[in-house]
Design a protein around this ligand. Structure first.
Ligand SMILES: *Cc1c(COP(=O)(O)O)cnc(C)c1O
Length: 374
């Protein structure tokens, strides 16, 4: 049996959880949370990091921070996870769905400008498979029309974007805000967990308040105010030290995890590029993007070929899985969508297949998986 995903444990997770428990401080924002914040701020130069209980929570914080009001429009790809847009719908936004690129499931950057109206408030690009969207194009539009950019970087840890002038920046450091996920299906995990990255300083103070149920408790703990109270809207978005302790064990091994995942990705690429007359295409990484080995996917020529491939694998106990169903066609949104066809998004819904991908996947496993596509 080769499952699709298998969470990888570095070995120190339970030790650090025990330390957190023994310290007598197991609610949020303790020693382990600070270690995680520092790690990201130092390694990737993110201006301010705040752990959350999920990427979904981080996106919901972003929607509150940019003051989404009923009727505001938010541009996002249709080929994504529900949380990318649900966070904004919860505040009353209307989602204007964009199509995917022909060569990649990410948002078609060249189609965004035509979707901008006076009501547009934000663009939410999703770095699908950890491969960057063309952020230069997106940030230029945001500047021109005075919009916020919130990167859905759920899959994009340790991945980078190269601007046309040669500057290289980590994903999550480019938009005004960004959201990461540490769900057990991502490269770095905490069971459930996430992080909001704040690159625009104007949002830092309010983000701390929103994350602490609308109180200024963070400033109180730093001794900046002599009592804390209710100062804004908010919710309980911060994770306990138990989650942060688990995450810290993972972060200490980030390079090792990434190295192993990169070698798995390369091996898949090497084997599958030998499949002549294949009924699928291999993933494309544009020149301006890096590959963080989050996922290895194939894009079949049609739904039938993909279904055949899934059947064939299942007989061998191998479990590849398809991915998103276009959100503009979802039960919840189809009647709210403006009727535009989003053909590339539908194509990926029907034809994209993700292959098993986890730290402990061996070359022999990859060989038996790839045999089904040769
Ligand atoms: C995983 C994922 C999310 C949700 O992350 P959670 O931490 O489970 O809330 C959001 N967007 C994308 C693109 C994802 O892949």
């Amino acid at each position: 049996m080769i499952p699709f995903n298998k969470p990888f444990l570095t070995g120190k997770e339970t030790q650090y959880i025990q330390e957190a428990v023994a310290s007598g401080k197991i609610s949020g924002d303790g020693v382990f949370t600070k270690k995680c914040h520092n790690f990201f701020e130092t390694k990737y130069g993110f201006k301010k990091c705040l752990l959350t209980t999920s990427c979904t929570d981080a996106l919901e914080m972003a929607a509150i921070l940019i003051n989404i009001q009923p009727g505001d429009e938010v541009i996002a790809p249709s080929y994504t996870f529900v949380s990318t847009v649900n966070a904004f719908v919860l505040r009353g936004a209307k989602i204007v769905f964009a199509d995917s690129r022909a060569d990649h499931p990410g948002i078609d950057e060249d189609g965004i400008e035509a979707l901008i109206t006076p009501k547009t408030k934000a663009i939410v690009p999703v770095h699908y498979a950890g491969v960057a969207c063309d952020m230069h194009k997106i940030m230029s539009l945001a500047n021109k029309y005075n919009l916020f950019v919130i990167e859905d970087a759920a899959q994009a840890i340790d991945s980078f974007y190269k601007f046309p002038d040669g500057t290289v920046k980590p994903l999550g450091s480019i938009g005004h805000l960004a959201a990461f996920s540490f769900h057990e299906t991502k490269n770095i995990i905490a069971g459930e967990g996430g992080m909001l990255v704040i690159n625009d300083e104007r949002f830092i103070q309010r983000a701390e308040i929103i994350r602490e149920k609308g109180t200024n408790r963070s400033a109180f703990f730093r001794g900046e105010v002599d009592k804390y109270g209710w100062v804004d809207v908010g919710s309980s978005f911060l994770p306990s030290e138990i989650i942060a302790a688990f995450l810290w064990a993972q972060l200490e091994n980030l390079e090792k995890i990434q190295e192993k995942r990169q070698s798995i990705w390369s091996y898949y690429g090497k084997r599958l590029s030998k499949c002549f007359a294949a009924s699928f295409q291999l993933p494309d990484v544009p020149d301006y993007a890096t590959n963080n080995a989050h996922m290895f996917y194939l894009v079949f020529n049609n739904l039938e070929d993909r279904s055949l491939a899934i059947e064939k694998c299942k007989k061998e106990g191998i479990h590849p899985v398809f991915h998103y169903l276009s959100l503009h066609k979802s039960e919840y949104y189809k009647n709210k969508h403006d009727g535009r066809q989003l053909n590339n998004s539908d194509h990926y819904s029907n034809c994209l297949l993700r292959l098993p991908f986890y730290y402990e996947l061996e070359e022999s496993n990859i060989l038996s998986i790839c045999k089904n596509f040769e």
